[in-house]
Design a protein around this ligand. Structure first.
Ligand SMILES: CC(=O)N[C@H]1[C@@H](OP(=O)(O)OP(=O)(O)OC[C@H]2O[C@@H](n3ccc(=O)[nH]c3=O)[C@H](O)[C@@H]2O)O[C@H](CO)[C@@H](O)[C@@H]1O
Ligand SMILES: C=C(OP(=O)(O)O)C(=O)O
Length: 433
């Protein structure tokens, strides 16, 4: 098993280039199988979740050309099945977009229930409500979402609570339904907009993505496209917070600063310098951060995916902070690991963390429980005095391209090492001592 070994205490310094957004890429790859023409997608992140989704669509009959590490071509003219029921489908969250895409194009889909991070119960009732409203009959059978329609007819769908996944899934199906669909209380996250822009570049007619109301006029056919995915706001946020937490000075490049505003606002509030440029942000941390209160919300509020990084930064703040997780009920598992590093965090009622800042964290052996919680443990390792080992890094590799190499380029003493390879561990310790 591979693990990260980190020697903390070095400020991150330099420049880091942010990859394409995992959560946008998942929706866009699914959308790409809605046409029989070739689609070229650039800025694809080279991460395991994306490779898994590409293998799943290959299993459906799509041809995927991996042109280089971050560019692919997809041709889905030979899709021979609308059924996917493998462990891979159950492993990632983004496989649920295949339901919306296949239902839109072929009026039928049978896709295993999705996986993704174990951060709460994560039901899909809003997706089903949307497909149902468009005229599909949807059942859960043998662990699969089975959706079938004679005809898909545009309609008005109101989500009583916003959902990124349900909004994108309904958008996928509705763009090939007859007539107009309106999604009210739609999710406004940047990846909803990116998937809508991609569908429009394929000939769909979607207006209002990024606002509460999305209007979709169905079209008969979608065509090929050449598209580049937006930068990953969570990867960018992770490097911003790691720079702040190590008293570093990092230029985070290839970003859309507007997508980072909630993170920037919180960093400024705790005394970190953030300078925005057109497509980069510079983060300079100089002292222990101040304390603050944060509540996770839907975009443009503070994103739940960045909550672990915020919580980790606040472990060394001056004062007491409260972080409230309002989207997922089980997203503080990493906090138990931070306790091993000397943090003082009390999680009450499962969704509120009371953090009393300590002067410093100390390195320890910790284990990633999910993607962002795992990235936060790496950040804690970089902040801590001494050595930290982070196990279960396959969770982190689901969502961060070249994580250790990007950190090394910023001066971090961090390596990916086989846990059995004592020689490599000793060599690392010798090198950084
Ligand atoms: C692949 C992907 O893009 N994952 C992101 C997506 O997940 P995901 O699409 O699963 O998240 P949603 O926005 O759908 O979930 C928001 C909330 O609504 C609930 N809910 C959702 C759908 C539903 O049918 N019923 C229901 O009750 C969820 O349990 C959660 O409490 O958005 C989350 C919220 O920004 C992010 O943390 C994830 O990184
Ligand atoms: C929760 C996340 O991913 P997923 O929805 O794919 O599990 C995430 O990206 O932080």
């Amino acid at each position: 098993m591979e693990q990260y070994i980190i020697k903390g205490g070095k400020p991150l310094k330099g420049e880091v280039l942010i990859s394409g957004y995992k959560n946008a890429a998942l929706g866009i790859i699914a959308a790409a199988i809605m046409t029989d023409e070739t689609v070229k997608i650039e800025n694809i992140p080279n991460i395991s979740d994306i490779e898994i989704l590409l293998q799943i669509i290959e299993g459906l009959g799509a041809k995927v050309d991996r042109i280089n590490k971050n560019t692919i071509k997809i041709n889905a003219s030979n899709i021979h099945t609308v059924k996917a029921d493998s462990d891979s489908v159950r492993k990632i969250r983004g496989s649920y977009y295949l339901v919306g895409a296949l239902l839109g194009r072929f009026k039928e889909a049978q896709i295993a229930l999705p996986g993704g991070c174990n951060i709460g119960s994560r039901p899909i009732d809003r997706h089903i409500k949307g497909f149902d409203a468009l005229g599909a009959k949807v059942n859960i059978e043998h662990g699969c979402i089975c959706a079938k329609a004679d005809k898909l007819i545009g309609t008005s769908i109101y989500f009583d609570e916003s959902s990124v996944g349900a909004t994108i899934n309904v958008m996928l199906t509705a763009c090939m339904a007859e007539g107009q669909t309106t999604i009210e209380n739609a999710a406004k996250e940047p990846h909803v907009v990116d998937v809508a822009n991609f569908l429009n570049s394929m000939g769909a007619n979607i207006k209002g993505a990024g606002t509460d109301v999305i209007r979709i006029k169905g079209v008969k056919k979608l065509h090929g496209s050449d598209y580049s995915i937006i930068p990953d706001q969570i990867e960018a946020g992770t490097f911003m917070f790691a720079a702040a937490a190590t008293n570093g000075d990092v230029l985070v490049k290839n970003v859309i600063p507007k997508h980072l505003e909630a993170f920037t606002a919180k960093l400024l509030e705790v005394g970190v310098q953030v300078i925005e440029y057109d497509d980069s942000v510079r983060v300079i941390g100089e002292n222990r951060p101040g304390s603050t209160h944060v509540k996770t919300l839907t975009y443009p509020g503070f994103l739940t995916d960045m909550q672990p990084m915020m919580t980790t930064l606040l472990t060394i703040s001056e004062g007491t902070s409260i972080v409230t997780e309002s989207i997922f009920e089980n997203r503080f598992k990493f906090a138990d690991e931070l306790l091993k590093m000397g943090a003082s965090i009390k999680v009450v009622e499962g969704n509120t963390a009371i953090i009393t800042g300590v002067e410093r964290l100390t390195g320890a052996n910790v284990s990633a429980c999910d993607l962002r919680g795992g990235a936060a443990l790496v950040m804690a390792g970089l902040m801590a005095e001494g050595y930290t080992i982070v196990e279960n890094i396959e969770y982190i590799e689901r969502g961060y391209e070249d994580f250790e190499r990007k950190m090394q380029k910023l001066g971090a003493a961090m390596e990916k090492i086989d846990s059995e390879d004592i020689k490599a561990i000793n060599k690392f310790k010798f090198k950084v001592s």
